[in-house]
Write a protein that binds this ligand. Structure first.
Ligand code: FE2
Length: 279
């Protein structure tokens, strides 16, 4: 596939306070910033001014972790109202949460728990998405999560479930290539096969960050490493198949210098513009 400038993704990184000064002051910056709803509550001091200043320089997209799209039980209304306030403030081009359950039994689980992929869960997710779209008023994508375990007896895998949600209600897929790589490596599967199983036109957002390792050797989504060569290769393959609107690096720790993070952004952009597949 040859990419034209017109449909090259906006490439950037997830806003973290560590980079706040550089983002406001540096000459160069990313094309796009991803803002977390849980961080950018407009009632917190300084957030409204921050967002206004960032929006003058960067395209903004929104992200959250607590929508619990796969659970019958809904998160507290106060949390949902907070998401709506965030969207009103940030006016993101697109918004994403996860294929996950994060709220059950009246409590926040504090973790992205896998959905029991199948027809019953599909019905729940479509119903919750309809309500979330009504609440937020922006396009919502759902992100492929790192799965520390698979729920036994599930009808489908995560790729099939994402494809079914897309077919059922046109919900875009936020493809986290690092999560795909971690899941595949930890379970002895092929990460490219997972990417190939997704409907290409559904993939509207990309996430990537270097993976970490547990002591026993399995890969972990620690969000604190530079993107490794295996991931660059998977990204290159992915960009030959999909034309997302955004591609975002989500670093949460062991923060590299701003210039190094921008170098990763530049490398991602050049891959997106000229995707070449490593053997
Ligand atoms: Fe992610």
């Amino acid at each position: 596939m040859s990419a034209s400038v017109a449909n090259t993704p906006l490439v950037g990184f997830a806003y973290r306070r560590h980079y706040r000064a550089a983002l406001h002051e540096a000459e160069r910056g990313p094309d796009v910033l991803e803002l977390m709803a849980e961080t950018f509550d407009p009632r917190l001091p300084g957030r409204v001014d921050d967002v206004r200043a960032l929006r003058e320089r960067y395209a903004l997209v929104g992200h959250s972790v607590g929508l619990s799209i796969g659970s019958v039980e809904r998160p507290p209304q106060a949390y949902l109202d907070g998401l709506a306030r965030f969207v009103e403030l940030v006016q993101p081009r697109v918004y994403s949460d996860h294929f996950a359950v994060t709220y059950a039994g009246g409590r926040d689980l504090g973790h992205l728990t896998p959905i029991w992929y199948g027809e019953q869960a599909l019905e729940v997710v479509v119903r919750n998405l309809t309500a979330a779209r009504r609440l937020l008023g922006v396009p919502i994508c759902l992100e492929i999560i790192a799965e520390p375990f698979a729920l036994p007896g599930a009808q489908w895998d995560q790729a099939r479930f994402a494809a079914e949600v897309w077919r059922a209600c046109g919900c875009g897929i936020h493809l986290d290539v690092t999560n795909v790589f971690i899941n595949a490596r930890n379970s002895g599967q092929c990460p490219r096969a997972f990417v190939a199983a997704l409907p290409a036109e559904a993939v509207q957002m990309i996430h990537a960050v270097g993976f970490g390792r547990y002591e026993h050797g399995e890969l972990a989504d620690t969000h604190d490493e530079d993107i490794q060569q295996e991931l660059w290769d998977l990204l290159a393959y992915t960009f030959t198949r999909v034309r997302p609107a955004t591609a975002v690096i989500e670093r949460d720790g062991n923060f590299p210098p701003y210039a190094s993070l921008l170098a990763e952004v530049d490398r991602m952009r050049s891959l997106a513009e000229r995707p070449e597949v490593a053997p």
